[in-house]
Design a protein around this ligand. Structure first.
Ligand code: SAH
Ligand code: MG
Length: 193
């Protein structure tokens, strides 16, 4: 669809960190193959991933949260342009201060990397018993596996936070997590059986 491609190209031109194709395809396939109807996304940016998820099937409804007002406004415009405003609900706010009702089949965490553990612990309350929490950017451009790729202090700190999140997932009593080296590194967490 041309409009979605336009949204993608504009985001890339403006350095908006949208999800890579591999990651998007992975989640869209997951939605298709696992009867996912309700998606909650933390970090909408300009609505690109939410629009992709809602385009998988007419039965998919997405709720997505974005704290940056400019990105939120652009996302609202993009969602209206593609005619998905009835199936995508976008909220402007900090996801750590927003309360969402109801249960979701898939929760996608793609916001501030330093807060992933907090997002996870807060939003697991909104997960259906057979739902999944998917997280993006766990390899952070390969730097998580090879810290020598950066000498930037802030980036190193961020990578430390991502490692803590991976550790949190690996040692979680409630969830089993599978890690995938696709896109920028994706994990899928499910309640232990
Ligand atoms: N999922 C989008 C990309 C999201 S980029 C896509 O693939 O198309 C990450 C976004 O998360 C940024 O726009 C940033 O403003 C937002 N964000 C970061 N921390 C947040 C928070 N605590 N609450 C809500 N949004 C947040
Ligand atoms: Mg991301």
């Amino acid at each position: 669809m041309g409009k979605i491609l336009d949204i993608k190209n504009k985001a890339l031109e403006n350095n908006v960190p949208i999800m890579q194709d591999e990651g998007i395809n992975f989640i869209c396939d997951y939605i298709k193959n696992n009867n996912v109807h309700k998606v909650l996304e933390i970090g909408s940016a300009v609505g690109y991933s939410a629009i992709n998820f809602a385009s998988v099937d007419d039965s998919v409804e997405v709720t997505t949260i974005e704290r940056d007002i400019n990105r939120y406004n652009e996302a609202v415009k993009n969602i209206n342009d593609v005619g998905l405003n009835e199936r995508i609900t976008i909220i402007n706010g900090d996801a750590l201060e927003t309360n969402i009702d109801g249960k979701y089949d898939l929760i996608f965490i793609d916001a501030a990397k330093s807060q992933y553990i907090k997002f996870f612990n807060k939003y697991k309350e909104n997960l259906n018993s057979d739902g999944v929490i998917i997280s993006d950017n766990l390899s952070f451009h390969g730097i998580v596996d090879d810290i020598s790729l950066t000498h930037n202090r802030n980036t190193r700190q961020l990578v430390g936070k991502i490692k803590k999140y991976i550790d949190f997932l690996e040692n979680n009593d409630e969830f089993d997590t599978t890690f995938y080296k696709l896109g920028d590194g994706v994990s899928v967490s499910k309640f232990k059986k």
